[in-house]
Design a protein around this ligand. Structure first.
Ligand SMILES: NC(=O)c1ccc[n+]([C@@H]2O[C@H](COP(=O)([O-])OP(=O)(O)OC[C@H]3O[C@@H](n4cnc5c(N)ncnc54)[C@H](O)[C@@H]3O)[C@@H](O)[C@H]2O)c1
Length: 382
């Protein structure tokens, strides 16, 4: 395993403090070497002396181990706990295990749950931290690209129930997030591509987000930047990655700060997710979140083209970018469409006979996030 402590510190470590409507502050430390800031940032948010580190076997175990000693040097009493890999940890039994540990070690409301891993672990940790004693400190150390730009940012969490993903969860904003690209060194290419799907999603909503929040885009649209820098060799240590990740994080923080409970602007973040979540479910989570979202984004853009909201050239550009990122674009052959439709019907964004869809409109970067799409019309687009 690659040792993070010997990795050179390249580039800045930014601290973004964010005050939402709920007067909550999330400190998001970003940049190569950011993991070294965990103990001091936990102190900045007045964390207590206990930390429960949740990690997954193999993938985030070595990172959890490297975070433990510096925390102990700063007088934290650290309890480390392994949870099952991937989606299997977002489970009621595992949640109960975490609650039981917190109780056994007498955690109080100032102490912290620290999640080290992908979005599955950060989702589980967020739910556990928000519910135990009605809220502990929560620190997220995302180790997948997808979790760094999305899952660990913005305060949604949850576990899966038998019928669908994320059916039980809360809104609970992490107090600390540490986003360190060095942690992606061991990430398999397939998971890296999965994170790129969420980054491409941000590119598809950037202009709408800039027009409705304090987000300030760079001199060139994110979509154009991605078209320029992405190639098959693009990886975690590309010098442009930190800047791209920071843009995505800022977009998410500013959208969520404006609309924490998803009554409007936050819906933009769901682009591609209605079909995406359904595909993940019917594939029995064999498809990654990003792969499913990639197909969902193509589906949304096809819907836009069919409705005359955008021209077909936009679809071609999206297809080319997703293909460079190594992402799928078609529903896998053999997918049971009846099951897929049923899974779409369970979508949390459903209201009666319609589902709120986010559809690209006019040009890439702009979306309409209030399209009431009749559920019964969806099968014809599959
Ligand atoms: N809360 C939110 O706002 C939000 C947003 C998007 C996605 N999510 C959730 O996030 C989950 C998907 O997250 P994900 O894509 O990170 O998947 P994941 O957490 O399942 O991780 C994917 C795989 O990568 C491995 N891994 C993690 N870090 C690694 C590393 N540095 N090196 C090597 N392997 C590593 C994991 O062990 C796992 O096998 C889903 O459950 C999804 O619902 C939540």
């Amino acid at each position: 395993m690659k040792c993070l402590c010997h990795a050179p510190h390249r580039g800045p470590v930014l601290t973004l403090a964010w005050h939402s409507q709920l007067d909550i502050q999330s400190r998001v430390v970003v940049g190569p070497g950011a993991h070294r800031r965990l103990p001091d940032v936990l102190r900045q948010v007045h964390c207590g002396n206990r930390a429960l580190i949740l990690f997954q076997p193999g993938s985030s175990e070595h990172i959890a181990a490297e975070l433990k000693a510096p925390l102990e040097r700063e007088n934290f009493e650290v309890v480390s706990h392994e949870v099952p890999d991937g989606e299997a940890c977002k489970d009621a039994e595992i949640l109960m295990e975490v609650w039981t540990l917190l109780q056994k070690h007498r955690f109080d409301r100032h102490d912290a749950v620290v999640a080290v891993g992908g979005g599955a672990v950060t989702d589980l940790a967020g739910f556990a931290a928000s519910t135990f004693k009605r809220g502990l400190n929560l620190a997220l150390v995302p180790t997948t690209l997808l979790a760094q730009v999305d899952a660990a940012i913005g305060g949604k969490n949850g576990i899966n129930l038998a019928s669908a993903k994320n059916l039980a969860g809360t809104f609970y904003f992490p107090h600390v997030v540490v986003v360190d690209p060095l942690m992606l060194a061991t990430l398999p290419q397939r998971q890296f591509s999965s994170g790129m799907a969420e980054i491409i999603k941000y590119a598809l909503i950037e202009e709408t987000v800039a027009g409705s929040s304090d987000y300030q885009p760079g001199p060139r649209p994110l979509f154009d930047v991605l078209e320029q820098v992405l190639d098959s060799a693009f990886t975690y240590d590309d010098p442009t990655l930190t800047g791209i990740v920071i843009s995505c994080i800022k977009m998410k923080l500013l959208v969520v700060g404006k609309d924490p409970f998803e009554s409007g602007l936050r819906r933009t973040l769901n682009l591609g997710h209605t079909l995406g979540h359904a595909l993940e479910k019917v594939s029995d989570y064999q498809m990654t979140h990003g792969e499913a979202i990639s197909i969902g984004m193509i589906y949304a853009l096809k819907l836009s083209v069919r409705k005359g909201l955008i021209d077909g050239a936009a679809l071609d550009r999206l297809r080319a970018l997703l293909s460079t990122a190594g992402l799928p674009q078609e529903i896998p052959a053999g997918t049971d469409s009846a099951k897929l439709i049923e899974a779409i019907g369970h979508d949390k964004k459903r209201q009666g006979d319609t589902i709120k869809f986010v559809l690209p409109k006019a040009r890439l970067g702009v979306v309409d996030f209030s399209v009431d799409q009749p559920v019964k019309e969806l099968p014809e687009f599959l």
